[in-house]
Design a protein around this ligand. Structure first.
Ligand SMILES: Cc1cc2nc3c(=O)[nH]c(=O)nc-3n(C[C@H](O)[C@H](O)[C@H](O)COP(=O)(O)O)c2cc1C
Length: 245
């Protein structure tokens, strides 16, 4: 398997971390490489703050104060999901949540248990590094797609370096606090947080492996020669030709 294919298949969200710190030099190297993500018109519409140590502790403290005063947060800076999420998407979302809580033995009707796990988002799951990704409010959906590509590149590069990550859209719930504490420009919109660190291999929550729809459910292939229709035809490692297989 090629290195990229391996990283794509092996990366997964991590929600429990070891106390082991992440070296700034390694993080800089990863972020610098992620800058080579493509973007429409090469706008590079991404902004990132990486926090560790005291800076991270101060932010978490400020966010904790916000959530103590108002446990529902500050409203969403942007809607993470549409209000009328289609049933097939709703089902995938529910299954993912179900599987997540099952790793912890939290039952469906255990509201307090679910809320407690959700609240752990706002400590970056105790990761030694927390990142906040933001975008200029003036930009549109194409630039948000670019930002998503940057995020994925970042996650894959981190994985390749042995780091575990979790992207966290929920940080939009405290977007005003982030704006204030991180002195984000007035025109900035927080997209997500990213927890970064070394995975706790023993924590049950890290056993979660989410499902994917089958290729045939999301892709259509037209006009290919019949001989290309083998089930594995889409998986070719770099440098490997069809003849070689
Ligand atoms: C933009 C984005 C936002 C996410 N927000 C959260 C979040 O707030 N909390 C959380 O626990 N996981 C969050 N996730 C992780 C997803 O639940 C996860 O990527 C998905 O279930 C697929 O699982 P995998 O990452 O393990 O492959 C987010 C992922 C992405 C890409």
């Amino acid at each position: 398997m090629s290195a990229v294919m391996h990283a794509v298949r092996e990366r997964h969200s991590t929600r429990a971390f070891l106390a082991r710190p992440v070296e700034e030099a390694l993080l800089r190297q990863i972020i610098e490489a992620a800058l080579y993500s493509p973007s429409s018109g090469n706008l590079q519409p991404w902004h990132l703050q990486a926090l560790s140590g005291d800076a991270l502790a101060r932010l978490k403290q400020a966010v904790a104060l916000t959530l103590t005063a108002n446990p529902r947060g500050e409203g969403m800076g942007y809607p993470i999901y549409p209000a009328d999420l289609e049933p097939r998407y709703q089902a995938r979302r529910a299954k993912c949540a179900e599987d997540l809580y099952a790793t912890l033995g939290v039952e469906r009707d255990d509201r307090a248990g679910r809320a407690a796990q959700f609240a752990r988002n706002f400590t970056f799951f105790d990761a030694p590094v927390g990142m906040i990704l933001s975008i200029d409010r003036s930009l549109g959906s194409a630039q948000w797609a670019d930002l998503g590509m940057f995020l994925q590149t970042l996650l894959l590069l981190a994985h390749e370096q042995g780091l575990a990550t979790c992207a966290q859209a929920c940080w939009t719930l405290v977007h005003q606090t982030l704006q204030r504490e991180l002195q984000l420009p007035m025109g900035a919109m927080v997209f997500c947080g990213v927890a970064v660190g070394y995975a706790d291999p023993l924590h049950p929550i890290n056993r979660l492996r989410t499902e994917r729809v089958a290729l045939g459910e999301m892709a259509e292939f037209r006009g290919f020669a019949q001989s290309d229709r083998r089930p594995d035809a889409s998986i070719v490692s770099s440098g490997e030709s069809n003849e070689a297989r």
